[in-house]
Design a protein around this ligand. Structure first.
Ligand code: NDP
Ligand code: GDR
Length: 378
């Protein structure tokens, strides 16, 4: 039985990857930070009572900022594959927490690589590093491929740049099977609520139900190459199944503006939005309602009015330095890994919007019953 260690197992990708590897017959270990609450919502369905026989999924307390604990866990479990997904992954927040981000995202990767080296596991343990399209930053060329130069534009991206190169260096210096997946944005119903796609799909569902009046966003013109996390975690696994360790771009090859993601999300709920105005004064207004669609989704058309402004810009969401355009070239991963995504953007948007609509309906129901459920901090 193959043994895998996933750092960041409680995150979006960690949850999907853990499920994927368990289905493939792996013994999966996950690294989980200690927190005052369980924080295992995304992986609760995978929980196995540790007192039972045939347990294949185990969590360990740990942190990428603590090398002693990484060495001890890796020594104990002797993994065949490590997926390093743990990171302070929010670009905007990294401007507020640059030192911590460098420590966890940059030096954290070094700690893992050193743990493998110190324990003499160079020839046994393969490691996947969660690199990112944020490395491309200030646009040098499009589409962006494995050979496009990097120009990081945030403390997050700079930390990930260190992690990228230290992974390459340990591969070259010590012959480790260490690979970077340069993944473009990938989303899902499990996406963290403060990333733009999930923020939009949650708000669209709440506005459709009459639970929220307006969605405040930052840069509506930013363009991203958005795929589905379920497709992307499969690519991570494929990268570690290759004969030789190499780095791969994982992307859809299609780019879309935030503004259009907003339009598509509302349209999924039968609400047509039109944008007007510029920069900080841009706004999105309801210009059409698909009564049949609203009805089929169990939504009350009488809570929605043509001409209502439902999207506005709040400059507090602007970043000190922005990444304007990301568009990936997945040719290498498609030809060499045989990777083929199953979701396109409309299918991704539908998956997220319908999931959030169900979640918000449940929340509305519980709230009516006097229970406080979801939290609404941004
Ligand atoms: P999430 O933010 O959803 O998950 C991050 C995970 O890392 C969480 O489990 C979090 O724990 C954990 N974590 C954070 N800091 C530490 C630490 N110091 N020690 C141990 N664990 C820690 O990210 P995603 O799942 O979206 O992304 C996975 C990885 O891929 C990240 O490294 C991200 O930077 C990278 N990436 C993501 C892309 C995307 O579009 N999603 C694209 C390209 C790269 P907790 O639950 O306790 O917060
Ligand atoms: P990103 O994702 O920075 O690309 O990093 P995010 O969803 O945060 O932003 C995408 C774009 O949308 C613009 N934007 C807003 N973003 C947020 N979060 N909130 C807003 O209100 C808002 N309004 C507009 C942003 O300015 C940006 O241009 C994600 C993370 O998962 C990283 O960990 C990963 O490495 C990269 O994707 C690839």
């Amino acid at each position: 039985m193959k043994v895998a260690l996933i750092t960041g197992v409680t995150g979006q990708d960690g949850a999907y990857l853990a499920e994927f590897l368990l289905k493939k017959g792996y013994f999966v270990h996950g690294l989980k930070r200690r927190s005052s609450l369980f924080n295992t919502d995304r992986i609760d369905h995978l929980y196995q009572d540790q007192h039972e026989q045939n347990v294949h999924f185990k969590l360990h307390y740990g942190d990428l900022t603590d090398s002693t604990n990484l060495i001890r866990i890796i020594q104990e479990i002797q993994p065949d594959e490590i997926y390093n997904l743990a990171a302070m992954s929010h670009v905007h927040v990294s401007f507020e927490m640059p030192e911590y981000t460098a420590n966890a995202d940059g030096i954290g990767t070094l700690r893992l690589l050193e743990a493998i080296r110190i324990l003499g596991l160079n020839n046994k343990t393969k490691i996947y590093q969660a690199s990112t399209s944020e490395l491309y930053g200030l646009v040098q060329a499009v589409p962006q491929s494995e050979t496009t130069p990097f120009y990081p534009r945030s403390p997050y991206a700079v930390a990930k740049m260190y992690a990228y190169w230290i992974t390459v260096n340990y591969r070259e210096a010590y012959g480790m099977f260490a690979c970077n997946g340069i993944l473009f944005n990938h989303e899902s119903p499990l996406r963290g609520e403060t990333f733009v796609t999930r923020k939009i799909t949650r708000a669209a569902a709440k506005i459709a139900l009459g639970l929220q009046t307006c969605l405040y966003l930052g840069n509506l013109s930013a363009q991203r190459d958005w795929g589905h996390a379920k497709d992307y975690i499969e690519a991570m696994w494929l990268i570690l199944q290759q004969e030789k360790p190499e780095d791969f771009v994982i992307a859809t090859g299609v780019t879309t503006a935030v503004r259009d993601f907003v339009r598509m999300s509302f349209a999924e709920l039968g609400i047509e939005i039109e944008f007007s105005g510029k920069d900080e004064n841009e706004k999105g207004v309801i210009v059409g309602l698909d009564v049949e669609l609203l009805k089929s989704l169990g939504l009350d058309q009488h809570k929605l009015f043509l001409g209502t402004t439902v999207v506005r810009v709040d400059p507090k969401y602007f970043r000190p330095t922005e990444v304007d355009l990301l568009l990936g070239d997945p040719t290498k991963s498609k030809t060499q890994l045989g990777w083929q995504p199953k979701y396109n953007l409309p299918a991704l948007v539908q998956d997220m919007v319908i999931s959030d609509l169900q979640l918000m309906k449940k929340d509305e129901y519980l709230n009516k019953g006097g229970f406080t459920t979801l939290n609404y901090f941004e």
